[in-house]
Design a protein around this ligand. Sequence first.
Ligand code: ZN
Length: 331
Amino acid sequence: MERLDGVKTSFLGKGTVELLGPELQRMGVTRALVVTDRFLYESGAAARVGEVLARAGAEYAVFYQVRPNPTVQVVEECAAAIRGLSIQLLVALGGGSAIDTAKAASILAANGGRLEDYEGKDKSRTPGVPIAVVNTTAATGMDALTHAIEATLSREATPITDKDALWAVEQIVKYLSKAVADGGNEEARSMMAYAQYVAGMAFSNAGLGMVHAMAHALGGQYNLPHGVCNAVLLPYVLSFHLRCPVCQKRLVKVARAMGLEEENGPAVIAAVQALNRQIGIPARLSELKGVDPVDFPNLSALALQDICMASDQLAPAAEEVTAVYLAAYNG
Ligand SMILES: [Zn+2]
């Protein structure tokens, strides 16, 4: 048996933000909240999205308290704004943190209670306020690649999720560095948007794995961006998974999707490292601000409790997770 969850309406491609206007009118939305961080607020990006909303006749406010790895407090403040301003639509502007804040606040605002009540799977009763997403960061691209690879390796992978995940891998490898090197490359940017979206469809059904479990603990501890944590950890966690025969087989498919000459796990790892280098992601955790190996045993304990660990092919011991953090630290 398989349950598939999809999304209602999506718009992808260049200039899509303009389509928010007509869509708002169609939905009868007159009050929207842009959810973003201080940087995108001060750079004027939030105001540009706001103009589109205003032209469509909607009143809008900007919530710009999003931080990397949003805290419970930030989500609760955002939920309070949604309720206080009778918001009908959220526009998440930025990367994973803006999207996660919007998702969590949307559920909290609609269902009440405390954020902790929703830990786990399928805990919310009332659907949240709808969310539109305007994506902006390169690290989001590596996050999407991690989503696609982890969905492929997952215990819950199916032929349907594989098809989406591997297609996303193919596009991300083809277009991410082009989109980063030349922000004006519209084809690359729009293909990245498709790939992120499709990777999202894959992992929302197949689940994720140890990279995300470790990245959640790491990002939460040091307030580091989610996409960067995943990007740095991905090659090290994949190396750890080379001991798993199922993963080895599936990494052959990933290598094929990446168009690599050698179709095996080590070639995938080398390709991920090369992509990280090209887009300026650090090669090791020691290059990220504040990371201290003293904390690794604690982070491992947190990672093992993370929901993403449940769909991983391996059930590592705490010392093994610590060893992967250390390998990633030393490079
Ligand atoms: Zn992610």
